[in-house]
Design a protein around this ligand. Sequence first.
Ligand code: NAP
Ligand code: GLV
Length: 309
Amino acid sequence: MALLFVSDDDDPVAWGRALWRLDPALDYRVWPEVGATGDIEAALVWRPPAGILAGLPNLALIQSLGAGIDHIFSDPDLPASVPVARLVDAELTRQMVEYVALAVLSRHRRIDAFRSFQRDAEWRVLRPVPVAESRVGVLGLGQIGAAVARALVGFGLEVSGWSRTGKHIAGVESFHGPKGLVPLLARSDILVCLLPLTPRTGGLLDARRLAALPPGAYVINAARGEMVVEEDLLAAIDAGAVSGAWLDVFRTEPLPADHRFWSHPAITMTPHVAGLTVPETAAAQVIENLERVRRGEPPRNRVDLAAGY
Ligand code: NAP
Ligand code: GLV
């Protein structure tokens, strides 16, 4: 039986090396060189082309190459009975914490202003934005959001968070459920989105929700582009209601060359690089999940289909 790697974004050679180090006998195949489709018991995937998983009759595990699984559930032919597992990896979480801290602290320490002073060779002192005006709200307090919230508390910032179910994280004010969203937004000078993309979170940050933020709030999205209504964000920035945004993810990726985000002075962009899976650290859970499904056990970090993440 074999494991099929399906991704145009990840390195199949590095993954093969990392997997074989743990399981030298693994029959590792790289799509589209599938061989006999009946041999494939597990698929390790990122944005798999629609329909290919349905063509694997003995598939027992769909393992995401990332923390998110929306790229799998967008396949209308996804075989419903095969368990889907997401990746939970300390190195991925570490990168996400680092990335969000960079974005939050850049805003708090007014890096955009200093960049523009530098362009004009202007020596000008600005104090950091006061902590009381740098209150951070984290949407999503899961593996990544909770780690981010803890790290920001460590910088002495005021942090609150929003999740589906209530949380107890030291130093973090917790809001949950639909009723908790507006109160969270209302105290978020810096809003960080770390939610999974589900039918409930798609389009969450629209004009109405952005208007619930304090005047001049800053928006950081390191989750999925679909969570933010891009035109509404641009309109809020152009109107001065939102001071700017730091975006790693976009509704369409790669972002089209004529998109306004590319040249907007209040927007900092990166090309979906906030957290990049490292095969060397993540391979162990792939092998463990393969062994678990072979024993008839559910994989670790199995996606809850009812919740959608
Ligand atoms: P996770 O552990 O599953 O956490 C998800 C969090 O979102 C949980 O706190 C969950 O609440 C909350 N949530 C889900 N639906 C909600 C809703 N309708 N209302 C309120 N809260 C809701 O996921 P994770 O590992 O932290 O990853 C989060 C996301 O980050 C991924 O799905 C992915 O899209 C994104 N990501 C992006 C990058 C990048 O490079 N840009 C890298 C890695 C991950 P409960 O705790 O109550 O369940
Ligand atoms: C990256 O976007 C991930 O979901 O891991």
